[in-house]
Each structure stands twice: as C-alpha cells, then as structure tokens.
Design a protein around this ligand. Structure first.
Ligand SMILES: *[C@@H]1O[C@H](CO)[C@@H](O)[C@H](O)[C@H]1NC(C)=O
Length: 601
C-alpha cells in the first residue's frame, strides 16, 4: 500500500516536473533530439512551434577535414542531443561592412535548425518542408539569422535553415583532394541529404521538399537545381534575387588559386608554387586569414582579388551555367533537363543594384547623399564592369563603353547627381541580378515542364536588411526577406530587422500574402494552392507573366525584356562585330581599332 502510494506520488511529481520543463523530443536514427517550444504571434493569432536548433549535419570540417568535402554525421552525441541553442555561424569575412567579432571565427559550424509547426500537417504524408539557403556573397551569413517559426506556423510547413562553409573555407579550389572546391555547395547538399534521411522523424514529408534562397543563396539553389545527382532531394525551387548565370561568377579552378596566392602573400608566405600557397593557407588559422582579408579590403580596388566563389570543379559543376544556357538553345544537357523537372519560383526586386552602393563609394558615411557625376559612371563604373560582363577577348572597348553609357544615361535630367547614382544602381542591378534572373527563368520555362513562376518585388518597406537611401524606393536587394519570414529575423548588422520589430499594417498583410504563396508552392508545387486560383499566372515562354508584390499586388508581363535583349543580344553582337570585322572603316578610323589578331581595345 505504501509502496503503491509512493509510486503514485513519485509519478505524479515527475509528471509535474515534465510539464514545467515541457520540451519536444524526436527519435531519429541518429539518436534522440530534444528541442524547445516557442510561441509566436502573427496578426493577432498565436502559434506554438517546435524548434530544434544547432543540430550538426556533418562532421566538423576541421583538422584533416579542413577544405575537404563534408562527411556525414552517423550518430549524435550526447544522446539525447540538446537542440536548444543555435550552433556557431561559419567563419566569415565582413565583406559588406557588417560587424563580425574576430573571436567568433569558428570553422566547426555545419549545423542546421528545424522549425516544426504544432498543428497537424495538411497531408497524412506529413508537413511539406522548406530548406533555406542564406545569402552573403558566398562570404558571410548564417542560417541562424532567419528565424523560421512564423513562416512554419502561418504556412503550416517545416522550415529548415542551414549553415555552410563560406569564403576560402568553403570555396578554395586546388583541383585535387587537398581542396576540391565547392565545399560550401557540398555542405548544402549534405544538409539536403540529412533532410531527406531524417525529416520524417520531425513530421516532415521527404517527398515535398522546397529549397529557397536569397542572393548567393538563390545562386546556390540554382546550382543545386542544375546538379542532376540531386534528383529526389527536392522538388521545388525558389530563387529570390540570384541566378548562377551571372557572367564571371562561376570561375575556372585556376582562378580560385589566385586569391589564395594573394592571401598567402599578405600572410608573408613564399608563393612560388601552388604547394607553398596551399601549405601557407593550411597552416594559417581562421584569425590570420581574416586579418589578411582586412588588409586587402582596405583597398577597394583589390576587392575582386579576394573573392572566392563556386568553381568548375568537373564534378558538381562540369561547365559554367552561362555555357549551359548557350547549349540549351540547341539541345538540353542533363543539368538543364533536371532543372526543368522541378517547379520554379524566380524573383527580382525593383532596385537590386542597391547593394552595390557601398562599393560605388565605400567611403561615404551617408548613403543618402551619394552623388555621382556622369564621368564617375563613364570613366570608373562602366570600365570596371566591362571585363566581367563580356566575353574575355574584349576587355576594353570604347564602342562598348559608349553603347553602355548611352543606354544608362539619365537623358531627362543629365546633370542631376542623384539621378546619375540611380542609373548606376540600375546598371549594377541589371548585370548582376536582373538580366541573369530573367535568363534563368527563360531557361527553365523553355522545356516541357512549365511549373514556372516569376515575381517582382517593388514594395517600399519601412526597414531594410542592408543600407538603403530613401531615394531608392522600389525594393532594395534583400527587402523581400522580411515579408517572406514574417519579419522574424535577426538582422542586426545595420540596425535592420530584429527583435520585436513590427512593420506597418500593410507590410504585415504583404507578408501574409507572400508566406501563403511560398508555402502553397511548397505543398502543391503551385503558389496558388491546391485548387489553383489564378492570381499568380504561370510564367510562359510567349506571355512571360509575373506577379508584382507591392502595397497592392498586380500582374505584369515581359519583365526586363528590354535589358535582357541589350545585354544578351546587342552587347555580344557589337563585341563580335568588333572582333571579326577588322576591316570595318569605323574601327580603323576611330581609336577603337581591332588589331590583326582580332583583339579589340
Ligand atoms: C490588412 O488586412 C486586413 C485583413 O486581414 C484588412 O482588414 C486591412 O484593411 C488590411 N490593411 C491594410 C493597411 O491594407
């Protein structure tokens, strides 16, 4: 009798404890994982969400595994694994002036976070899953900034955010096993394999996975979608402001040895051959590499010398996406066929070029007052972008410079410095985002599968993740991230969106519309939902419809067709003409001569 009572009391007591430290637990083949509950509200509705934070999805890429492809985690320790705090962000560099604590440069960083709704899933097979790949120029950022629980609750999906290796740690390429290149992309893929293997334990449906990303994250989802061996890991793709068809983005291997050699010099190493360069980088800890970066960054002209981006490694990337677009005009390579088997939402913001303002004039305290003269545009900005956007045989051509200058001149108010700055923003936005963005959309829709959608985001939101002057009012780069995540972000670099920030009511409404489209797409491969109302018409090859997000959304057609024609048809034609037509009278008479070998200057 006493015994029974004792047991009864103890059990009761234990149950009491359990409810006061209530936490969700899942059992996976890796071991048990203890998460935390959180409560979020959205437009006066309250939701309970399960968070599982800081789960290692790959072995720490340190020691022997540094600069190598990731290796999977087979068992979690301790068991149960406490998934109640974020894991470390990956070591990174402050390319865009955001603050990074030098003591936070951790190379053991391959963690992911799972946000699961408390509600029942929409299908017996489980919740649709959305995996977010963050941006930051392949050089900075962390999945931890993007708190997935509002999106997970309002849309009733599972949201996963991930870290992947960045900058030299993620993209050093020596063309052999010492550093095979694209480690950051392999990390992303390892996280997707993890989701495929284990997300069912969290209530997820592994056959309804959407990858979405912004900026370099959008370029990343594009690259993952062009890698046929990823078949089965995801079905839907959302690219927010980024395409792998940016010219000069994907590099040849030897091009990524150059920045490594340059850093080795700054580290006072001998750099007579690749062996010495590798040895130097391998023996330098993350703090030393970061310091070398800071030295190089002090001179903005050297910026491009220290960028590490994806490379044509012969495995993940067999040829450049720019070439694939060319090839696909006559015959679809396997990469393009895989891409076309997936459903695709592709989008661009109105003022994408805003992120380059810091680079136009990194010394300016106030972006608000940025003023440019026509000479700045003609003599500095246009010549600096020319080698990046044209075929390599024409590095410098006065004909092309004049053509671009004329196209981007503000002819209505030619002496208004602010408007010249606006034109520069447009030029940079076009070459880095707009034109490649439309190009990848057309590549996708040009096949038999047409689950293809395009959006434009022009909402002048109150707060911006990156510095934005008030005259830029059509949606800067990254402005859609707030609405997509229900404003649950931790962007404190620029005093952006963090904590309990609450935007104006029309933005909450915009956010609800966007989250509904995004999560419908994750569930049904159609942003309009199961029954497919047609408020967001499909993007088709002849009609090119898109949905424009703003205070009030509307449908438009043929977005940026003009700029795509200019950069992908007119510019190459002029370039070709200059190269081939050596005898043309105009090129002989002008300073724009083409030499006997056909090289132009
Ligand atoms: C926001 O949406 C609600 C309905 O959910 C509507 O009543 C309200 O007028 C909208 N507000 C604005 C500013 O658009």
């Amino acid at each position: 009798m006493v015994q029974v009572c004792f047991v009864f009391v103890t059990c009761f007591f234990l149950a009491g404890i359990v409810s006061s430290v209530d936490f969700p637990r899942v059992s996976t083949k890796l071991g048990d994982i203890n998460g935390v509950y959180s409560t979020v509200s959205f437009k006066n509705r309250e939701f309970k969400v399960k968070r599982f934070l800081g789960i290692p999805y790959a072995m720490p890429p340190v020691g022997k595994l540094r600069f190598k492809k990731p290796e999977p985690v087979e068992i979690l320790s301790p068991n149960p694994f406490p998934a109640d705090t974020f894991g470390s962000p990956c070591a990174q560099v402050d390319m865009f002036g955001q603050k990074i604590a030098e003591n936070s440069l951790t190379e053991d960083c391959l963690f992911l976070n799972v946000y699961a709704p408390h509600q029942d899933p929409d299908k017996v097979t489980g919740h649709a899953v959305m995996v977010f790949i963050h941006g930051g120029g392949f050089s900075l950022g962390t999945g931890n900034t993007y708190i997935g629980d509002r999106l997970a609750s309002v849309g009733n999906v599972i949201v996963v955010t991930i870290n992947y290796r960045l900058w030299i740690w993620g993209f050093l390429d020596f063309n052999d096993e010492r550093a095979p290149g694209n480690m950051g992309l392999w990390d992303q893929q390892m996280a997707l394999k993890w989701v495929n293997k284990y997300i069912e334990s969290f209530g997820g449906d592994k056959d309804r996975v959407t990858i979405f990303g912004q900026s370099a994250g959008a370029i990343s989802v594009g690259l993952q979608a062009l890698y046929p061996k990823n078949k089965g890991l995801f079905q839907n793709v959302i690219a927010e402001s980024g395409s792998p068809t940016v010219m000069s983005l994907v590099k040849n291997i030897n091009e990524n040895i150059q920045p490594a050699a340059y850093l080795a010099q700054l580290l006072n190493c001998r750099t007579e051959n690749n062996e010495q360069v590798f040895e130097c980088i391998q023996k330098s800890d993350s703090e030393s590499l970061f310091k070398a970066f800071k030295i190089a960054l002090a001179d903005p002209r050297l910026f491009w010398n220290i960028m590490f981006t994806p490379t044509i490694d012969g495995e993940f990337l067999k040829s450049s996406p720019v070439k694939l677009v060319e090839q696909a005009k006559t015959d679809a390579p396997a990469e393009v066929e895989f891409f076309r088997s997936l459903s695709f939402i592709n989008g661009l913001n109105g003022d994408e070029g805003g992120m380059w303002i810091q680079m136009i004039d990194g010394t300016k305290e106030s972006y608000e007052d940025l003023k440019l003269s026509q000479e700045d545009l003609d003599d500095n900005i246009i010549p600096s972008i020319l080698p990046l956007v044209t075929a390599s045989r024409v590095k410098d051509s006065n004909v092309l410079k004049s053509l671009i200058s004329s196209k981007y001149k503000d002819w209505k108010t030619p002496y208004e410095p602010k408007n010249i700055a606006k034109q520069a923003v447009k030029l940079l936005g076009d070459i880095y985002f707009t034109v490649p963005g439309i190009e990848i959309g057309r590549l996708h829709v040009n096949g038999p599968n047409s689950g293809s959608y395009l959006y434009r985001f022009t909402a002048g939101v109150e707060r911006h993740p990156i510095p934005t002057p008030s005259w830029m009012d059509l949606g800067n780069h990254a402005d859609e991230i707030g609405p997509v995540f229900g404003y649950h972000l931790d962007f404190d670099w620029f005093g952006g969106i963090k904590g309990e920030y609450s935007p104006p009511e029309w933005e909450w409404n915009l956010s609800e519309r966007m989250m509904t489209f995004w999560t419908n797409f994750a569930k049904y491969s159609n942003p309009n939902g199961q029954d497919g109302s047609n408020s967001w018409p499909k993007y088709t090859i002849d009609r090119e419809h898109y949905l424009n997000f703003d205070r009030r959304d509307h449908v438009g057609q043929y977005l940026h067709a003009d700029e795509v024609d200019f950069w992908r048809k007119i510019v190459p034609m002029v370039e070709e003409q200059c190269h081939d037509d050596k005898l043309s009278a105009f090129s002989r008479k002008s300073s724009d001569t083409c030499d006997a070998e056909g090289g132009c200057n």
